[in-house]
Design a protein around this ligand. Sequence first.
Ligand code: G3P
Length: 219
Amino acid sequence: MKFFIDTADIKEIKELAASGLLDGVTTNPSLVAKSGAANFIELITEICKVVPGPVSAEVAAMDYDTMLKEGERLAKIAPNVTVKLPLTYDGLRVCKVLSGQGIMTNVTLCFSANQALLAAKAGATFISPFIGRLDDVSMDGLQLISDIVQIYRNYPELSTEVLAASIRHPVHMLECAKIGADVATMPPAVLKQLFNHPLTDKGLAQFAADWEKSGQTIL
Ligand code: G3P
C-alpha cells in the first residue's frame, strides 16, 4: 500500500519525507490556499524535488480547452507531477488526452462507483474517492472504496489505482488497508497518529527505566 500525504505545506512535506515512508503527495486548491504559498508553480516544483513519487497538482479551470492547457503546463514542471482533474465530463475528456500522452493523472471529487468506472475508462492513473466527505453527509465512504476495489478487480484490463482520499482518522486508514486500496492519502496529522500506541509509550518508559538500572551501555 502506498502512503501519500494530503498537504501543500512544504515544511510538513519535508518533515514527513525524512521518515522514508512517503510515496507521494496530493494537493488541491484549498490546501494550496491554506499553505500561503505565493506561487503555485514554484510550490509544486519544490514539492517534486522533495518527494520523488507522484505529486498531484490540480487544474483550476473547468472547461476542456483551458483545463487541457493547464494540465500540460503542470506536467512540464517535473516527470513526477500527476495532473489532478475533476470528475466531470470535460475533466475526463482531458484525462483521456493527457493519459494518452503518458502523463500521470488523478481524477478527484469521486463520490460514486460509476464515476470511478468512467475514470478508469478514461485511463486515469489514480481515482480519488472522498471518504470523509461522504461520511459527513451520512453516507458510507468506506463502502465506496470497497465497491470500487471490487469493480476494478473484475476487470484486470483497468489499471487505475484506487487512491483513498478525504481520510480523517486512523480507522479510515485501517479499513482502507483491509479493503485493499492501492494508495491512501492522509493529512500529516493522521499519518503521525499511525505511529502512536499508549502501550508502546508505556513499554518504552519501562525499558528505559530498567536499562538505566542495569548500568549497561551500547556505544
Ligand atoms: O485532497 C482531497 C481530499 O483528501 C480532501 O479531504 O478532508 O478536505 O475532505 P477533505
